[in-house]
Design a protein around this ligand. Structure first.
Ligand SMILES: NC(=O)c1ccc[n+]([C@@H]2O[C@H](COP(=O)([O-])OP(=O)(O)OC[C@H]3O[C@@H](n4cnc5c(N)ncnc54)[C@H](OP(=O)(O)O)[C@@H]3O)[C@@H](O)[C@H]2O)c1
Length: 347
């Protein structure tokens, strides 16, 4: 029998911000644990994801963005993001049971009242939260269902140390690519990417012009581009793309994490004549929208690769809601690696 407290903690937006997101823009408050209606369950959260997209959604005038799995935030709103927790109470009309472990969209709180229809049951005692909440699945969906990686490909992954990027390089290699190049901001992250994630070369965004660095790293050109950044990194990679290159656009952090204001616009100048002559494919892709059916395939493939020691589900872990607001600040400032996950101490 689970003891359900009368109150629990959650994180709310304190005030709108523009410019860098700071922990002080949020407050952790104590609030009554919600009661349940029909087809709802109460979930005690164990882990939740911390996403840089919160920066975009916490700005005044933010709008719903298809592909960002939570709505714009107003001051006073509780943050949300993917979470895993244990069902501790069920309302009438649901087949879920107390004790079930579920994946759902209402993180950033100790207890969540969730429509049962938004819960995905997780089987098995040994759950790796990075497999379920991380963006390995986004990278996998993009590389399996969005574009094709072929044996011998040279691949460029922008934001290659990030939540998606840290997985995309490894998965591209497992799918047959032979040379993997990533981008990041610092020499320390570049070393980590080469030593831990197996990148063959890393270009840095605060170093020499990115086009020069990329040409040196990929003298024969690039076959596959997995782009999370946009801007000059995308332009440079397309500039040296090879005949038949494939480019999948997954995100635009140069706009989302723009130092002055987060924006939904990421314009870039491209030489389209050259892209036509080289038969380059460019595809915008959302894993949730374009390949949701690949999620279960990812979970099973990730377990197989993990058991064989062939993949690292890289993550930065923090403990508790207070630490989570600081981790969000650090993630947006480019100080963290892999997917950022919070673990709740009370659970
Ligand atoms: N299409 C989909 O299905 C899908 C799903 C989820 C997320 N997304 C989107 O994909 C993008 C990446 O998501 P993510 O969670 O993996 O984020 P992420 O790459 O972990 O983003 C954080 C990283 O962005 C880099 N960065 C920060 N400011 C930058 C700037 N001004 N210019 C270039 N890089 C900067 C930093 O890395 P370095 O310090 O290493 O440069 C930072 O650590 C986001 O735009 C997100 O909305 C798409």
């Amino acid at each position: 029998m689970t003891n359900i407290p009368l109150t629990a903690r959650e994180v709310r937006l304190l005030r709108y911000q523009s410019g860098p997101l700071k922990a002080e823009h949020f407050e952790v408050i104590e609030t009554p644990v919600p009661s349940l209606g029909p087809s709802q369950v109460l979930v005690r959260n164990r882990w939740f994801r911390i996403s840089i997209s919160t920066r975009l959604m916490a700005e005044a005038g933010a709008v719903t963005v298809k592909g960002i799995p939570f709505p714009p935030l107003k001051p006073g709103d509780t943050l949300a993001d993917g979470a895993i927790g244990e069902v501790v109470q069920v309302g009438p009309g649901t087949s879920l049971e107390v004790g079930n472990l579920v994946l759902h969209p209402l993180g950033w709180r100790e207890y969540a009242r969730v429509p049962a229809a938004q819960c995905k049951r997780i089987e098995g005692p040994n759950v790796d939260p990075a497999a379920w909440l991380g963006h390995g699945w986004t990278a996998y969906a993009a590389l399996v269902g969005g574009i094709q990686v072929r044996s011998g490909d040279t691949v460029f992954v922008s934001s290659g140390a990030g939540a998606i990027g840290s997985m995309a390089g490894q998965i591209a290699r497992l799918l047959g690519a032979t040379r993997i190049i990533g981008s990041t901001s610092s020499a320390e992250k570049a070393r980590w990417m080469q030593q831990e994630l197996g990148y063959d070369a890393v270009v840095t965004r605060d170093g020499a012009p990115i086009c020069e660095q990329l040409t040196e790293a990929a003298p024969d050109g690039i076959d596959v581009i997995v782009d999370m950044v946009g801007g000059d990194q995308l332009a440079a990679a397309l500039e040296i793309s090879r005949h038949g290159a494939r480019c999948v656009l997954l995100g635009a952090v140069s706009a989302e994490l723009n130092p002055s204001n987060a924006t939904l616009r990421a314009p870039v100048e491209l030489d389209t004549f050259q892209l036509i002559l080289r038969g380059v494919t460019i595809r915008g892709f959302s894993a949730d929208e374009h390949a949701p059916e690949l999620f279960d395939a990812w979970i099973s493939q990730a377990a197989t690769w993990q058991r064989a020691g062939r993949i690292q589900l890289s993550r930065t872990m923090c403990k508790g809601l207070d630490a989570a607001t600081l981790a969000l600040e650090q993630a947006c400032a480019g100080q963290l690696k892999g997917v950022v996950l919070a673990e709740l101490e009370s659970c």
